[in-house]
Ligand binder design. Structure first.
Ligand code: NZQ
Ligand code: ZN
Length: 402
């Protein structure tokens, strides 16, 4: 196991009506004037926005609202939010929504006290030194942003789209309010995208070169098994509180790094996917259901026994000690079968992507064949990433029945 330090100051509250605590938590932190960030209307339609505005008024908290965050959130709204926040001297940013809203709130919180361009942090030109505090009312378990050090924002610069991450402990929310009932309104497809995303947050950590990480291996496996079990219940019964609660908590634990500390992590699939969601404006989880198995096809021979362990422990594939590669391949196929059962895409055509765009995707990814690479489980240069995109483009779903 690698050495690590781990501190998560975020207060998690999971309960029916968890959002009722929003006023007392913010006043408890000493803030009186906040910005409330939300998306394109789901929290308006559900009545959640009005409810939260009432709760904040009762707590005598002044609120500036900023709605309209789109999935795959854009920098433009962040710039507006920074300007609005500075003009109104807001002290705290509250997000109501999923990853896109939370990441926008985090970016605004980084930008308000900073003199330069907030996107410099995402382009890794500078590191943030300070930020306003954020809080979250989560409505979509998927990104894990409610407990992660990460924020992902998209910006077009000179005709090229950059979907980039800023990783900093300053991004950790002060609190995350998790009411599973708020997720009952999610569509089957959005739920599925969230399920696949949280599974990939675990798998990016699970496929590692670090040896002797039994505790985090087993944590990863417990979460993966719980997610699969809960997802199948929710698929049949979308208003099953207990299954929704388990998905919500699993989504947070999948990405707050509890199961990632002490081990090398990969993340190549996420970078490969970010180019797809940036180019085609598709849900991140749908992009991952195409990319992650394609990455597995390309990398499993690097550590066949780890892939065979995944197949055996997660999908119950029989361990073939004479031919562990066959077990490893069965595990990859089981993951694709699971994605298919959730109604997720498995190749470029189903995703609405085009193989002819692969050179463009590789340019956006910024890899070459010498210095610039992705991943750590296997170091992937441009030709490797190209092969993974091709695997993803050409996968034939008919292979699933074999
Ligand atoms: O905008 P509204 O109207 O709220 O609708 C949203 C949106 O259309 C809808 N939605 C959210 N809660 C709902 C609901 N619809 C009905 N009922 C509810 N309760 O869902 C749609 C998708 O929302 P979005 O926030 O985009 O989805 P998600 O949570 O999957 O976040 C995706 C973004 O997070 C980034 C992704 O790249 C993508 O940009 N990620 C962020 C990470 C992080 N900060 O740690 C890590 C992830 O790997 C990921 O990259
Ligand atoms: Zn993700």
């Amino acid at each position: 196991m690698l050495n690590f330090e781990f501190c998560r100051p975020t207060k998690y509250v999971l309960s029916r009506f968890a959002e009722n605590q929003v006023g007392s938590l913010i006043t408890g932190l000493g803030y009186k004037k906040i910005m409330l960030v939300y998306g394109c209307g789901s929290c308006v339609r559900s009545g959640l926005l009005d409810k939260v505005l009432d709760l904040l008024e009762q707590a005598k908290i002044e609120v500036i609202t900023l709605g309209g965050v789109k999935p795959n959130p854009r920098a433009d709204l962040v710039y507006n939010g920074i300007e609005l926040g500075r003009r109104n001297k807001v002290e705290f940013i509250l997000a109501i929504g999923g990853g896109s809203v939370i990441d926008t709130a985090k970016a605004i919180a980084l930008g308000i006290p900073d003199d330069g361009d907030f996107f410099d942090f995402y382009l890794k030109k500078r590191k943030p030194k300070t930020a306003l505090k954020t809080g979250v009312i989560l409505t979509l378990p998927a990104s894990g942003s409610e407990g992660s050090t990460n924020s992902v924002i998209q910006k077009e610069i000179d005709g090229r789209v950059f979907k980039e991450s800023c990783v900093s402990n300053l991004n950790l929310p002060a609190f995350a309010l998790l009411n599973p009932e708020l997720t009952f309104t999610l569509s089957e497809y959005q739920t599925a995208c969230g399920v696949f995303d949280m599974m990939c947050h675990i798998l990016e950590r699970y496929f590692t070169n670090t040896q002797d990480v039994t505790v985090s291996d087993r944590l990863c496996e417990a979460l993966l098994l719980s997610i699969i079990e809960s997802a199948m219940i929710v698929y049949d019964d979308p208003e099953n509180y207990e299954a929704r609660a388990n998905l919500m908590w699993a989504g947070t634990l999948a990405h707050n790094d509890l199961c990632g500390v002490g081990r090398e992590q990969d993340w190549a699939s996420h970078y490969l996917e970010h180019q797809l969601s940036a180019l085609y404006d598709i849900p991140h989880g749908a992009g991952l259901s195409v990319i992650f198995p394609a990455w597995m096809d390309f990398t499993y021979k690097h550590d066949v026994m780890r892939f065979a362990q995944f197949a055996n422990r997660i999908f119950g594939c029989a361990m073939n000690f004479y031919d562990p590669e066959s077990t490893a391949r069965a595990g990859i196929m089981s993951l694709r079968n699971f994605a298919r059962n959730l109604g997720l895409p498995l190749n470029f055509e189903e995703l609405g992507a085009h193989a002819s765009d692969i050179p463009l995707l590789l340019n956006m990814l910024g890899v070459d064949d010498v210095n610039k690479s992705q991943g750590s489980f296997m170091i992937l240069h441009r030709r490797d990433c190209e092969q993974i995109y091709r695997n993803a483009a050409l996968f034939d779903p008919k292979a699933l029945s074999v």
